[in-house]
Design a protein around this ligand. Sequence first.
Ligand code: FE2
Length: 280
Amino acid sequence: MNSMVKIRADAVEVRPLSAPFGAEIHGLQWGVPSRALVQTLTRALRRHLLLIFRGQVSPTHDQLDDFFRPFGKLVSETFDGRFHYGTFTDKDADQVHRKGQFNYVVNTDEGQTELVWHSDHFQRPQAKIMSILEAIEFEPGSVPTQFRDMYTAYEMLPLEKRGPLEYKQTVNLDPRTMDTKKYPRLADSMHPVFRAHPHSGRRCLYVNEFTHRIAGMDLDASKQVIDELLAHARENAPVITHHWQVGDICVWDNVGLQHRRDAMPPGQRRKLRQFEGVAE
Ligand SMILES: [Fe+2]
């Protein structure tokens, strides 16, 4: 399909999952989405948090860019994104595909260790509001991806626990260079403990397994608070487990949803294509 053809909203079907959140999206074709389609999918994303595009053909670089550009800003077209992707490469990726300088990365997860709960780009200053991941290869029974809803985790936090943390900020470091003795610096990014989605204003608990500390607290006090918040999330954040089918494209609210996966047993293969995504 010509990528300049406007894709209308009425061709798309939103099928909510029988799960705490998530919906499948069927009938999607690539092209510049109409205003109505952007609204339909934004509404679905706000309500269901995770959208699983199924049954569409695998998009090209240009189709991805054209389709997702109207939802915010392409990460690759922001100052932060250009700086990041122009400065660093992902050593774990077996192939880096670039359109111009960058567009997406294909990760082969074989033999990788557990990936703990996190949101993408938490270690960068600019929020990535949509993460986009496509299953290129996926052995049946291979390790699934889990998602959890940190909006609900925030909303379940008792008011007396929120008060002291209301205006606190987390300090985050890039997980690849967490060792501050070897790589001394104060922070790679800071975010409010209760971060608001920059478009909707909805707040979530924005603390994850990599959060380094809370600014203005001693390290011990900070660790205790972070451990309590993570325990609260384990108890209260609704979780779903997504078993990938080849061709699935998961698009999620990367502010309010965190994700993880177990370690990949040797010999098991799954290959995912990570599009850089949409920034605020
Ligand atoms: Fe991730």
